[in-house]
Ligand binder design. Structure first.
Ligand code: C5P
Length: 287
């Protein structure tokens, strides 16, 4: 039996550089792991893949990315035997936090351990990329510049440790919808990733925070104006910055002080119908 965490992520920057021939978008995004994680317990069984998720309404069959990750690695490695996967879900679903990718990544790492497959991180990332663009990052964690369709990773200096409040409005956003909407109305404002990377190298959190920018934010916000309200609410509580993560709709606030972060989380819990989490930035797995 193996127990493993699958961490959530936020995008500190997200730029779209163009549409590719394969239908995906060429992106450049700084991704950051969070301590907030789902817990997966993998148990060997004689045959087949079974899944239990503690969240009613979330599919526990082949439609679940963790199930597909287990099938892929068993197939590729010729695993003789099966696995039961038990998921304790904490990361909000369809939220822009890579919750599904986190579970798939944890399944790949867990299967590697459970069946002593001896796969390297690179092997696991190559497999993960077949299932979803965010999965290689979710396998490694930390602070990364991801390019290509999101699967090519450059590890960066860790973003300085920061308190994070997540507020997910009740709406759910489909990633393909967000990218299609971007194509229909591409916004003018793009992040300056080069400046962000330079500030990160200097450990200059203040400058990094001035540079957070997500091209999908105005796109998703046009359909879900609550995102703008949440940003304002985060800032009113002293957030250093507040922005939407990924394709949304979750809004994250970064806070210097835990007390202010706690107060913001309390305010969202009592004053809105958001799903709220108080967490921190996290480094690479195993560090
Ligand atoms: O790779 P993943 O399965 O997570 O992507 C989900 C969808 O998001 C894709 O089918 C595509 O519509 C969109 N996408 C994109 N460009 C990317 C990543 C995702 O257009 N770089």
């Amino acid at each position: 039996m193996v127990t493993i965490l699958g961490r959530a992520k936020i995008n500190l920057t997200l730029d779209i550089l163009g549409l590719r021939e394969d239908g995906y978008h060429e992106i450049a995004t700084v991704m950051q792991s969070l301590a907030l994680a789902d817990t997966l317990t993998l148990t060997q069984q004689k045959e087949g893949i079974t899944l239990r998720v503690d969240l009613p309404g979330l599919e526990a069959d082949e439609r679940n990315l963790a199930h597909r990750a287990a099938a892929l690695i068993m197939n590729e490695c010729g695993v003789r035997g099966g696995v039961h996967i038990d998921i304790v879900k904490r990361i909000p679903v369809a939220a822009g936090l890579a919750g599904g990718s986190a579970d798939a990544a944890a399944t790949l790492r867990g299967m590697n351990e459970l069946y002593a497959l001896g796969l390297s991180d690179e092997d696991l990332c190559r497999l993960g990329a077949k299932l979803g663009s965010d999965i290689p990052f979710s396998i490694m964690g930390g602070t990364v510049l991801a390019t290509g369709r999101g699967e090519i990773m450059q590890h960066l200096a860790d973003f300085p440790a920061t308190h994070v409040v997540l507020a997910k409005p009740s709406a759910s956003v489909s990633t393909p919808w967000a990218y299609r909407s971007y194509d229909a109305h591409p916004p003018e404002l793009h992040p300056d990733n080069a400046a962000f990377l330079e500030a990160l190298t200097r450990g200059d959190r203040t400058r990094c925070i001035e540079l957070v920018c997500n091209v999908l934010e105005p796109v998703t916000e046009a359909a879900h104006p609550v995102i703008g309200d949440y940003r304002t609410r985060m800032r009113a509580h002293g957030a250093l910055c507040a922005m939407m993560s990924g394709s949304g709709p979750t809004v994250f606030g970064l806070f210097a002080e835990e007390r202010a972060a706690r107060a913001a989380a309390e305010d969202f819990r009592s004053g809105t119908d958001a799903a709220v989490h108080l967490t921190q930035t996290a480094g690479r797995y195993g560090e």
